[in-house]
Structure formats: structure tokens, C-alpha cells
Design a protein around this ligand. Structure first.
Ligand code: CP
Length: 328
């Protein structure tokens, strides 16, 4: 039983996904369906997704109130590959800097017949809040919400693991670093636990470890050398200094010595273990540069999978939601 309002607001009266705000509450079958559709888009040409016209006649608007490279560009590429019209609002030159509310910004785009609004924002709860006010033909896709949720990142991480490792059931997965500020960690935890990994470990210095009410059933470590022992998947996380009000952690070099994912530490993981990072990376802080670029790294594959996953999400939402012509 969840009390997260995002879980209920993202479904329509028939229980279909109308928005994607969180992975919480999605079933293993729903997650697997999205991974399968993403894999279908990758089927013909390796990492370059195929095209179709699932979004023909629809308009996708990217509203990123926080910086992004991977998520914003991959949503744009995904929407274009599905035949949508795409607008990217430059938030630095939008009327929000003149004090317009986020709802008025949304209503403005809605009046211009935007159908799918892809949102990133530093304010927790904003995607679910906005989703309550949009017109019936409009969907909200969460592209990164404060420290709370980054559902398409969780999906692309799961797809990457499945491609390399196959079955989730035997896997030990470690998420390491700045867990407390990480929306990536929260969505990855939701995806991997629903998909049934054998063990999910989280490792962080004490100041960067979330409270006990979060990450239920995860095994917690404050010692990276113990945490990495015998795992199949190591996901390193960026230290998010921009979200820290005080000095939670030592300088970069000290952090790297104490907690960085290095080649020496990777020897403690299982043979064949993979290394992931959502990006952007602080090289030689949370992850050694030679590990990020080494043979165990699947970081570029994660980026490539981002386009296919976002195609799968966009196509699924477009299939579930009637276009505005239906409501006219
Ligand atoms: N992983 C991720 O969200 O990267 P961007 O901030 O570049 O979108």
C-alpha cells in the first residue's frame, strides 16, 4: 500500500498509464512490456532505434527547469523518431523568469496543442501536481524530479542490465555513492526490486545514506570494499554538490580514496561484473576514469538505450491516451 500521490494520479480510470511520474506501483509485467518495446525499437539496427509513426499528429514539449544533456536530447530524438512535432522550451528565456507560474506555463503550451509535456524540475511533487490540472489529452512525463524520481532512467538502467546479464533473478546489484540526493537510485531501486533481483545493496558514506524508511529490503553498507564483494552490477552515482547545503563529504581526492569505484575495487566484484553510471560523471571522484572507459563499463550503452526507452514510453502513453481530436 502506497501513500505516494504520484502512483494513483498517473493512471486513468481504466488503470492504464496516462502519465509516467514514478516507477512505484508499476508491475513487473508493465516494466517488462516497456523494456520489450524498447528492445523492439533496437531490433533492426543495433543501437540505432528504428522509426515509426506512433506519435504522428502529436506535439511533445520538453520543459527542463534543471540542466540536462542525456535526458533532454534523448526525449527529443525519441519523439522525432516516432513522428511527433517537438518543441524545446528554453527555460532561461521563458516567461517563467518573469514570474509566470509553472501551471500558467503548462496551460500556455496546452493552448498551443502540446500533447505530451516532458518535465524536469527541482521541486518535489511538481509532476504529480501538474498532472491533476492538465486537459484530458495531455500527459506528463517525469524527466527528473528533485531527489525523488527519474523513471525513464530506471527503465534504461534495467534494459541495460537485462541486455548484458539476461535474467534479473540471480543478480546482486550495488548502487553506490550519493544515495540520499539521487532520484536515479530511487527509480533504479524500484525497477530492480520489482523485476526481482536476488539482492540490492546500497553503499554510501553515513552523511549520504537515506533514512531507514527508504530503500526497504536493500542491504546497507558504509564501506565500499565490503559492499562491492561478489556483486554482478555496480552503479556509481554522481556526488550532487548542488543539492548539499552543508559540507557532507570531504574533498574530491579523499572521497575517491574512501568511496570511488576503482579498478582495484572492481576485482572484488564477480567476474564479468558490469559498471554503470547515469551521467554526468565526476571522473576520478565517484568513478575512476579507467573504469568508466574500461571493458566492464556499459555507460555508453546506457546512453544509447535512453533513446529506445523514451520511444517505448512515448509510444505507450500515446497508445493509452486519446488525441485531442477525440475530445473536440
Ligand atoms: N542521467 C541524466 O539524467 O543525465 P542528464 O542530466 O544529462 O539528463
Amino acid at each position: 500500500m502506497t501513500h505516494d500521490p504520484s502512483v494513483s494520479v498517473q493512471r486513468d480510470a481504466e488503470g492504464r498509464l496516462r502519465h509516467l511520474i514514478t516507477l512505484e506501483g508499476l508491475t513487473a509485467a508493465e516494466l517488462t512490456g516497456l523494456l520489450n518495446l524498447a528492445q523492439f525499437y533496437l531490433r533492426d539496427s543495433g543501437d540505432l532505434p528504428a522509426r515509426d509513426q506512433s506519435l504522428w499528429g502529436r506535439t511533445v514539449a520538453n520543459l527542463f527547469f534543471e540542466p540536462s544533456t542525456r535526458t533532454r536530447v534523448s526525449f527529443e530524438l525519441a519523439a522525432l523518431r516516432l513522428g511527433a512535432d517537438v518543441v524545446n522550451l528554453d527555460m532561461q528565456s521563458s516567461s517563467r523568469v518573469k514570474g509566470e507560474t509553472v501551471l500558467d506555463t503548462i496551460y500556455t503550451l496546452q493552448a498551443m496543442h502540446a500533447d505530451i509535456l516532458v518535465m524536469r524540475d527541482a521541486e518535489p511533487g511538481l509532476p504529480a501536481y501538474v498532472a491533476r490540472f492538465v486537459a484530458p489529452h495531455v500527459s506528463i512525463l517525469n524527466a527528473g524530479e528533485a531527489t525523488v524520481s527519474h523513471p525513464t532512467q530506471g527503465l534504461l538502467d534495467a534494459l541495460t542490465v537485462r541486455q548484458v546479464k539476461g535474467d534479473f533473478a540471480p543478480l546482486r546489484v550495488l548502487i553506490a555513492g550519493d544515495i540520499s540526493h539521487s532520484r536515479v537510485a530511487r527509480s533504479a531501486w524500484q525497477a530492480f526490486t520489482t523485476l526481482g533481483v536476488a539482492e540490492l545493496r546500497i553503499a554510501a558514506p553515513d552523511d549520504l545514506m537515506p533514512g531507514p524508511r527508504e530503500f526497504a529490503d536493500a542491504t546497507r553498507f558504509n564501506d565500499i570494499d565490503r559492499a562491492i564483494d561478489g556483486v554482478d552490477v555496480v552503479m556509481a552515482l554522481r556526488i550532487q554538490r548542488e543539492r548539499m547545503s552543508g559540507a557532507h563529504i570531504p574533498d574530491d581526492a579523499s572521497y575517491h580514496r574512501a568511496f570511488g569505484i576503482t579498478a582495484e575495487r572492481m576485482k572484488k566484484a564477480r567476474p564479468g561484473a558490469i559498471v554503470m553510471h547515469p551521467g554526468p560523471m565526476n571522473r576520478d571522484v565517484e568513478i575512476a576514469s579507467d573504469v568508466a572507459d574500461g571493458p566492464q563499463s556499459v555507460i555508453q550503452r546506457q546512453v544509447a538505450n535512453g533513446v529506445a526507452i523514451r520511444m517505448a514510453v512515448l509510444a505507450t502513453i500515446a497508445r493509452n491516451v486519446q488525441s485531442r481530436r477525440h475530445f473536440q
